[in-house]
Write a protein that binds this ligand. Structure first.
Ligand SMILES: [Ca+2]
Ligand SMILES: [Ca+2]
Length: 87
């Protein structure tokens, strides 16, 4: 089984600082990535991203692919606070 992998970006269109994650992260703040994410690449696995910490608030299911801005996953800019693999 392929390890889930997601890349988070500070700016739209995959710009600015980036963070690679392969496991559930209940507080993106611990990586200095709270409320700044503007684009995402899902390399493998299906992920659920959340507007609030500890997997709370509005959530969005992301399949492998590129999400150049928050509208592309149906969320708000600079809002995500936790994420985890869907499995
Ligand atoms: Ca941002
Ligand atoms: Ca948030």
């Amino acid at each position: 089984m392929t390890q889930p992998k997601i890349i988070l970006f500070e700016d739209e269109d995959f710009g600015g600082n980036s963070l690679v994650l392969t496991e559930a992260t209940s507080k993106l703040e611990n990586h200095s990535f709270n409320d700044i994410i503007s684009s995402i690449k899902v390399e493998s696995g299906t992920w659920i991203v959340y507007d609030d910490e500890n997997f709370c608030g509005k959530s969005y299911l992301l399949k492998p692919g590129s999400y150049p801005n928050a509208q592309s996953w149906g969320g708000k800019d600079d809002e995500l606070s936790s994420i985890k693999p869907a499995d």
